[in-house]
Design a protein around this ligand. Structure first.
Ligand code: PLP
Length: 626
């Protein structure tokens, strides 16, 4: 736990048992169900479900929904706030039907609704959320079809609220609603001045992509009054960005938003809902600070600020307490899923240490000098030796290009060089004054553990924006890891790697790992349930992963069951999305094989086997077989 900081990012959902296996505690306590992840891996292997795979813990999803709703309810009661809480889950954070279904089901007792940001998402929300007491909130830019769909929701008796992001949407909506004779429910999104920090800060401030300026909002209220429809204005909304690291930013945004709400109320817009958007972050890097990959508050801190600040402003302004809406997505889904992959080998920098470096009779002076450096190296002079050795290596490349250094001599010189570097990293580990250059060498020299997955499919934010995700082996956690490694994926892309990890001392470039010994070694990338699950792409034609949905067994606290298996993409499925026709491909390759058979280049029996083999590869999982 100390090395991988499990308790600092895991929110008590994860623990390590005395065998050293990672376990999941869906009720956030050791007294409730405890699911051993290695037992899930075993069961998957028995069922023939190969890795990499996504494991979803539906109990965690349910628990997160209940936690948020219960926290709002209890603080609303404690504060004697007279509005209620009507949260909505933003589908875009993880649109998987099973995820949305589980959230809707777990949220039903709390009238928890959905938020949609596009036409397809609204189509999904209308089909998934039939609860007439919960909200469906629509954000994002809208065309007439989308507005028509929203009104269809109202015709079905649902509380569908169209949040106006740009002024023309309001006039379009009013025109359409008049044409078909349905009263809309309207929200106004404000571009508030409070700005967040971190990786998703551009949703706030004057230059944000979405929302109305204060001037436009006032115009909107005047317009609605002029046509006698101000009662259709139901909701006030703002959203200042995702993964807000600092609670102070949230406090500021609520204070500003609450004032605007109160003033609009007094202008005649009798708004019923105050929608604080999403943005509640999670502790990806375990620092529990206001670093970009973490947060300095708990759910309770957040909810308390929303409720108490809103109450205070409403009381001061003498306006009614509105119902509170929040659109948390990341905080609801991040913990519930992880990607499990097997490490299938290690690449060592400057490997092949067994190359013979003995002195030859006629040896190039550069090689001799490198050998002398390796003999002289000690704990005191390692920085000097590093400087000289690096210079010598550079010179050797020029000498090689001029034909002065043979291939064999170059190999000898480089073997000696990497031996020196390896020793230097050992000396540096014991030296608290090691230079930045040597520390960088240390992480460059770390082994690269080859993992059967694609970062572009399974953890796109680690590649795109340097998001840190918890990564750790899911077994052997009672054995001290002896290696430092970075992770490389199987895409043919040098970017396909993970080389920033959490550690007790903050972000670091290498991950402590166990030495590979030929046995299966499983690692997990955790907190992939928000955005990562769904934003991944098919780079290199690596498709969606196999997936299992896990529930704790109510009758046996140590048991679980796989409720559903969703098989990942086959090669043919990924190729089809790129306009290939797998049947035609198989026929074309078969025809080529037949031609070679006719020419006597391939024996007929072998021809049949090769045809079958090509077809079976088309029907196989896109990842490496293990
Ligand atoms: N609501 C809106 C309008 C958003 O744009 C977003 C995402 O940025 C969310 C809700 C969800 O935010 P989060 O996942 O940070 O809770």
């Amino acid at each position: 736990d100390e090395i991988y900081q499990i308790s600092r990012w895991g929110e008590n959902y994860f623990s390590v048992n005395n065998k050293g296996d990672l376990c999941v505690n869906p009720t956030q306590t050791n007294n409730g169900p405890v699911i051993n992840m290695m037992e899930i891996v075993e069961e998957m292997k028995n069922k023939g479900i190969s890795f990499p795979a996504v494991i979803r813990f539906h109990d965690i999803l349910r628990s997160q929904v209940a936690n948020l709703n219960k926290t709002f309810r209890s603080l609303i009661e404690e504060a004697k706030f007279t509005g209620s809480y009507y949260g909505v889950y933003p589908i875009k954070v993880n649109q998987m039907r099973e995820v949305v279904e589980e959230i809707v089901d777990a949220g039903a007792p709390f009238n928890y609704g959905l938020e949609a940001g596009s036409k397809p998402e609204l189509l999904a929300a209308l089909a998934m959320n039939s609860n007439q007491n919960s909200l469906t909130v629509i954000n994002g830019y809208k065309d007439l079809d989308l507005l028509r769909l929203a009104l269809l929701g109202n015709q079905l008796g649902r509380k569908v609220i169209v949040v106006v992001e740009k002024y023309s949407e309001l006039t379009d909506l009013m025109k359409l609603s008049q044409e078909i004779g349905v009263e809309p429910m309207i929200g106004l999104r404000a571009k508030i001045a409070t700005k967040s920090s971190g990786k998703w800060a551009s949703s706030g401030g004057d230059y944000a992509k979405f929302g109305l300026t204060i001037t436009e909002i006032l115009q909107a209220v005047k317009y609605m009054k002029s046509i006698g429809k101000e009662h259709c204005l139901k909701l006030f909304h703002f959203h200042i960005g995702s993964q807000i690291p600092d609670l102070r930013t949230i406090k500021d945004s609520i204070s500003e938003g609450a004032r605007i709400y109160a003033k609009l109320y007094k202008e005649g817009a009798k708004l019923e809902y105050f929608d604080v958007g999403g943005g509640v972050g999670v502790n990806y890097d375990g620092t529990r600070s206001n670093s970009p990959s973490s947060i300095n508050y708990t759910t309770r801190d957040y909810v308390a600020d929303v409720v108490y600040i809103l109450k205070q402003v409403c009381d001061l302004e003498d306006v009614p307490h509105p119902n509170i809406v929040s659109e948390s997505g990341r905080a609801i889904t991040a913990h519930h899923s992880c990607v499990i992959t097997n490490v299938f080998g290690a690449l060592e920098i400057g490997a092949a240490d067994n190359f013979n470096t003995d002195k030859a009779i006629h040896e190039n002076i550069l090689v001799t000098n490198m050998r002398d450096l390796s003999t002289d190296l000690n704990a005191k002079n390692y920085q000097d030796v590093y400087n000289d050795a690096t210079k010598l290596k550079e010179e050797s490349i020029s000498a090689f290009k001029f034909g002065i250094l043979s291939l064999d001599e170059r190999a000898k010189l480089e073997t000696l060089y990497w031996r020196i570097c390896k020793k230097i990293t050992q000396f540096a580990s014991l030296d608290e004054y090691a230079s930045d250059e040597i520390l960088a060498l240390k992480s460059q020299m770390a082994s690269q553990y080859m993992c059967n997955f694609s970062i572009f499919q399974s953890a796109p934010d680690t590649w795109a924006i340097g998001q840190i995700l918890p990564v750790l082996p899911i077994h052997k956690l009672n054995e001290k890891p002896t290696e430092l490694a970075t992770l490389v994926d199987i895409t043919c892309d040098s970017d396909g790697k993970v080389d920033t990890f959490l550690s007790p001392d903050g972000p670091t470039n290498t991950l402590p790992m166990h030495k590979l010994n030929g046995d299966d070694y499983y690692i997990g990338l955790f907190m992939t349930g928000a955005y990562q699950d769904i934003m991944g792409d098919n780079h290199n034609c690596f498709g969606r992963l196999n997936e299992v949905h896990i529930f704790a067994d109510d009758d046996d606290p140590t048991d679980f069951y796989i409720e559903e298996v969703i098989m990942g993409n086959k090669a043919s499925q990924v190729l089809s999305t790129l306009q290939y026709n797998p049947e035609t491909m198989a026929q074309t390759v078969k025809a080529s094989i037949d031609t070679q058979v006719k020419r006597g280049k391939i024996r007929p029996r072998e021809g049949v086997d090769l045809t079958d083999f090509y077809e079976s590869c088309l029907k196989s999982y896109t990842y490496l077989k293990k």
